[in-house]
Design a protein around this ligand. Sequence first.
Ligand SMILES: [Zn+2]
Ligand SMILES: [Zn+2]
Length: 82
Amino acid sequence: MCDNKVRVYVSTSMLDSTEIEINCGDIYNDGHNTKTAMCPTCGLKAVADYPQGWEYAPGDRCKHGTYIGGDRDCACHCCESE
Ligand SMILES: [Zn+2]
Ligand SMILES: [Zn+2]
């Protein structure tokens, strides 16, 4: 990612959330999901590069939509048979 700062909302309690500033590309948890903070430029690029979407960070899903992040052993069967 780039050197831009990104403002994101993270929950501090059941009803409260607060805005923090982190680096583009940093992983954070908004209280519900783990996400990757991305500035608008990187966000658009990631969506263009990974139209299948992603779980936590761009690139952790293959083009079939299978989660391949973290554990390299849990690869996609479709990818393997290509
Ligand atoms: Zn960025
Ligand atoms: Zn695949």
